[in-house]
Design a protein around this ligand. Structure first.
Ligand SMILES: [Zn+2]
Length: 256
């Protein structure tokens, strides 16, 4: 709603600018520059869930006083998830796993093991399509509901938290979340573990951004994650940080 009003005002201003430019009362260059800037702005807010522009997301807890931090994993469950769970156990850390519905169907036992070990599980759509930004409201609702259906059939729980694939959000995502009643969970530290190959670069990027209340994004379907996680947990332990479940850190309910 907020976006619709802002968007309408900007489009009216642009139309007025084009009319003025047509009668040579304003410069076409300025109007064009404004259009380019606006498109750029929309791209930034549509691909950065933490800006809360289209969708209100829980991406960190700035009010937290203790040295608490949360780690989240996207795109599982896969076989590698079991290795990730072992490392978390070793450091007695509780994390969040945003799971893809199709993979829950493929690895139901791993999905159940995550829950058994008292980690959080959340919805990461059914297919994790790359076309997320182009989907209709009804298709986004289907993606969310299918993932929730398979999670409930597998483990008897109703997922309440949603992580948008690729962090891509739009006014349509907001509508789909309102209709399904799920809440969006983002992150404050993006590790880029899916695109950067050097473990050292990824780890240093995370370490530099660590602060109380932060939410870290990793991927449990990535072979590098196990090593990165072990070093990260060691670093956090040495710096007196406690890794807590994301729902506890963000003070929200994980299930309904
Ligand atoms: Zn993902």
């Amino acid at each position: 709603m907020q976006f619709r009003i802002i968007n309408t005002i900007i489009i009216l201003l642009l139309a007025a600018g084009l009319v003025l430019a047509f009668f040579e009362l304003a410069s076409f260059i300025y109007v064009l520059a404004f259009i380019v800037f606006y498109i750029f702005f929309l791209l930034i807010v549509a691909t950065n869930v933490r800006f809360n522009f289209f969708v209100k997301s829980f991406s960190e807890n700035r009010k937290i006083k203790e040295n608490h931090i949360a780690i989240t994993f996207d795109d599982g469950p896969v076989e590698n998830t079991l290795e990730v769970l072992k490392v978390l156990d070793k450091y007695n850390a509780k994390a969040g796993f945003f799971c893809i519905g199709e993979r829950i169907e493929k690895y139901p036992e791993i999905f159940k093991e995550i829950i058994q070990k008292d980690h959080l599980v959340g919805n990461h759509t059914y297919t994790h399509t790359r076309k997320m930004g182009a989907l209709s409201v009804s298709r986004i609702i289907w993606e969310i509901e299918e993932c929730n259906r398979i999670a409930e059939e597998t483990a008897g729980i109703k997922l309440k938290l949603f992580r948008p694939p690729f962090g891509i959000v739009s006014p349509k995502t907001q509508k789909a979340l309102e209709r399904t009643g799920l809440k969006s969970v983002g992150w404050s530290i993006r590790s880029f573990d899916a695109v950067v190959s050097s473990e050292e670069i990824i780890l240093n990027r995370i370490k530099k951004r660590i602060k109380p209340g932060a939410v870290i994004l990793l991927h449990d379907n990535n072979a590098k994650t196990v090593n990165i996680l072990e070093q990260l947990l060691l670093f956090l332990k040495n710096n007196h940080y406690e890794v807590v479940r994301p729902d506890k850190l963000l003070e929200i309910n994980a299930y309904s």
